[in-house]
Write a protein that binds this ligand. Structure first.
Ligand code: FES
Length: 104
């Protein structure tokens, strides 16, 4: 059972290696990113125009939106390419007992 605030999201073995994985968690669509420096998480919908970032192109630590090619650094949510200009909502992550957890 997860500690207070930490939510089990997905078995770590179900992550797409070095790619982005779509997860439905309650009413929220989340994106989990497997990167060389760890696992990161964000809301899946782009804050520019609502496209699903899980359909975008992922490379290293950057997710590129499939609609207008805005891009974000998944480590902190910083926009790195226009037209994305606002911070992406990210979540602290960890792996416990084989599960990816995020702090809600
Ligand atoms: S909807 Fe993502 S950059 Fe426009």
């Amino acid at each position: 059972m997860a500690e207070k605030g930490w939510k089990d999201i997905l078995p770590v073995k179900e992550l797409e290696a070095q790619w982005v994985t779509r997860v439905q968690f309650g009413a929220r669509k989340l994106a989990l990113y497997d990167t060389p420096s760890g696992i990161y998480a964000s809301l899946a919908l782009c804050n520019h125009g609502g496209a699903d970032l899980c359909d975008g192109y992922f490379d290293g630590h950057v997710i590129e939106c499939p609609l207008h090619q805005g891009a974000f650094d998944v480590r902190d949510g910083k926009p790195v390419c226009a037209p994305a200009t606002r911070m992406m909502k990210t979540f602290e992550t960890r792996v416990e007992n084989g599960m990816v957890q995020i702090m809600m």
